[in-house]
Write a protein that binds this ligand. Structure first.
Ligand code: PMP
Length: 425
């Protein structure tokens, strides 16, 4: 492994990062399993791209069939993209979302959403949460504070505190979040900047996985719309059934976005992402801009995305995510009786966040312990990661096909890792 790391560093340069203190070399994936060259199996409880499981046969078959028939772009008439648009738009009835535009990555989808918002509103101001991640393009990295100190947030960007229920007990979270968004709008205006959009990841993933209480986004969404800005729901993480309730995370909050961006699990590994937008949001952009993105919306990617939607429906994966997600969450919550470091366990379907604290009275983040737990679990053959401003929230986000038995393996590995790890903070 050491030789491979050195070779990689030499070839790829310094900007890439590997996961885990002992990086993993993998050669094969199958269901929820990743397999190393020696045949050791790791339970993947982290990668939501391969949300149907690694190398899902239906997606592989759809890709093969289409790539052997026709791989081409959106400048020709073809059914796959139209079917995909119909299927995705049917998942958001009554919202006014009317059009699908496709990209290759979530970053590009958010970049396009921001361009559309700027044209529609005549503004540039963007409001995001304080540890948000929305992507890597120049424009989007300027409103992705979780990228760290090396990134200059734009002068047109305002950060609002993430709605952290665990740290806001006793206050009305919805009211607080609304007030913070209103204050950000007022501050943009004070600086002569017109608001273009409020963009939130409906599960606040990089802010520490903050799914609830359901409904708390409503006031903030009303506030940005009143101010003439758009509400953009970034569904790159919560989308495609992750929450175990609906296909999209925003639906738990009863709000109606002007634009919904999506990606990651959309092609179960095939690079396809995109956005749904209202006719009103897109009208002006469509008049003033021409949009062509060579690989985006290609027939092969669309075929993969259709197979993903078929499989979610056929195998009732949203319902499955709710069922196994509950087993996982309840099992982890039960560990709190034995492990003082577990401050809070939150979940939405098959997305569980476990906040690790130095003690339950202070609720102070325990970053060192969190990192140890992640690495010890890797050594035990269960892959997870961490997120949040304090890097102290375990991020457990397995494929939707995780079995109850596999959920049990995650719980056991976490129990052992918490027993062995020690706070170093
Ligand atoms: N938005 C969110 C919420 C994300 O989590 C990510 C990726 N982690 C992105 C956007 C960017 O997606 P991509 O990496 O496909 O560009």
């Amino acid at each position: 492994t050491a030789a491979m790391i050195a070779r990689r560093d030499a070839l790829l340069g310094p900007a890439y990062r590997l996961m885990y203190e002992r990086p993993l070399h993998i050669v094969r994936g199958e269901g929820a399993w990743l397999i190393d060259p020696q045949g050791r199996r790791y339970l993947d409880a982290y990668n939501n791209v391969t949300s149907l499981g690694h190398c899902h046969p239906s997606v592989a078959e759809a890709i093969c069939r289409q790539v052997q028939t026709l791989a081409t772009n959106t400048r020709y008439l073809h059914d796959t993209i139209l079917e995909l648009a119909e299927r995705l738009l049917a998942s958001v009835p009554g919202t006014g979302l009317a059009h699908l535009m496709l990209t290759c990555t979530g970053s590009e989808a958010n970049d396009l959403a921001y361009r559309i918002a700027k044209v529609r509103t005549g503004g540039t101001g963007v409001i995001v949460t304080e540890t948000a991640y929305h992507g890597i393009t120049d424009a989007v990295s300027k409103f992705s504070p979780s990228l760290g100190v090396s990134v200059d947030l734009g002068a047109h960007v305002r950060l609002v505190p993430a709605p952290r229920l665990y740290h806001a007990e006793g206050s009305d979270l919805a009211e607080r979040f609304t007030r913070d968004v209103e204050a950000a709008i007022a501050d943009l205006r004070r600086h002569g900047i017109k608001p273009a959009a409020l963009i939130v990841d409906s599960l606040f993933t990089s802010d520490g996985i903050l799914p609830g209480p359901a409904g708390f986004l409503k006031g903030a969404v009303d506030a940005i719309k009143r101010a003439g800005g758009l509400f953009i729901a970034d569904e790159v993480q919560p989308g495609f059934g992750r929450t175990g309730e609906h296909l999209w995370g925003f639906q738990r909050h009863g709000v109606v976005p002007d634009i919904v961006t999506m990606g990651k699990p959309m092609g179960n590994g095939q690079p396809i992402a995109g956005l749904l937008a209202t006719a009103d949001a897109l009208a002006e952009f469509g008049k003033s801009s021409r949009y062509f993105n060579t690989f985006a919306g290609n027939t092969v990617s669309c075929a993969a995305a259709l197979a993903v939607l078929d499989t979610i429906e056929r195998d009732r994966l949203v319902q499955h995510a709710a069922k196994v997600g509950k087993i996982l969450r309840d099992g982890i919550a039960a560990l709190a009786g034995r492990h003082e470091a577990i401050g809070d366990v939150r979940d939405a379907g098959l997305f569980v966040g476990v906040e690790l604290v130095r003690d339950r009275a202070s609720r102070a983040p325990d970053r060192g312990l969190t990192s140890q737990v992640v690495n010890r679990m890797r050594d035990k053959g269960v892959l997870i990661s961490a997120c949040a401003m304090g890097h102290n929230v375990l991020k457990i986000r397995p494929p939707l096909v995780l079995s109850a038995d596999q959920a049990g393996q995650v719980i056991t590995a976490l129990d052992e890792a918490l027993g062995e790890a020690q706070s170093t903070d």
